[in-house]
Design a protein around this ligand. Structure first.
Ligand SMILES: [Zn+2]
Length: 108
């Protein structure tokens, strides 16, 4: 695995991690805004910001390209899809999202 592939795969993992951030932080953020400000307009604004961030982030993930085959990483048929969002390898060339751990012979 080349350095460029490792960098691109790290970027895909980071973007997928941000998707989890948007999902998991939405409810606490809305709850905090409701408790602190007591305004429906502020709650709606926070929801719009979170929805925008989530959609933008998910779009980045599903449109991410495999550094090896240059196809869409999570797509089996060439068009962007959400079905393989949690896949751990490229759907076309089986490039693993996480680099395999290196086991040095001296450590075995
Ligand atoms: Zn690939």
């Amino acid at each position: 695995m080349t350095l460029e592939e490792t960098t691109e795969l790290r970027k895909i993992r980071r973007e997928r991690g941000w998707a989890w951030f948007w999902v998991l932080s939405c409810v606490p953020a809305v709850w905090l805004v409701e408790r602190a400000i007591h305004s429906n307009a502020a709650t709606i604004a926070i929801m719009l910001i979170w929805a925008t961030g989530f959609v933008r982030n998910v779009a980045r993930v599903i449109f991410s390209r495999c550094p090896r085959c240059r196809g869409l990483f999570f797509s089996t048929h060439g068009s962007p899809t959400m079905w393989n969002f949690f896949a751990s390898k490229c759907m076309r060339c089986d490039l693993p999202l996480k680099a395999a751990r290196v086991m040095y012979p001296s450590l075995e």
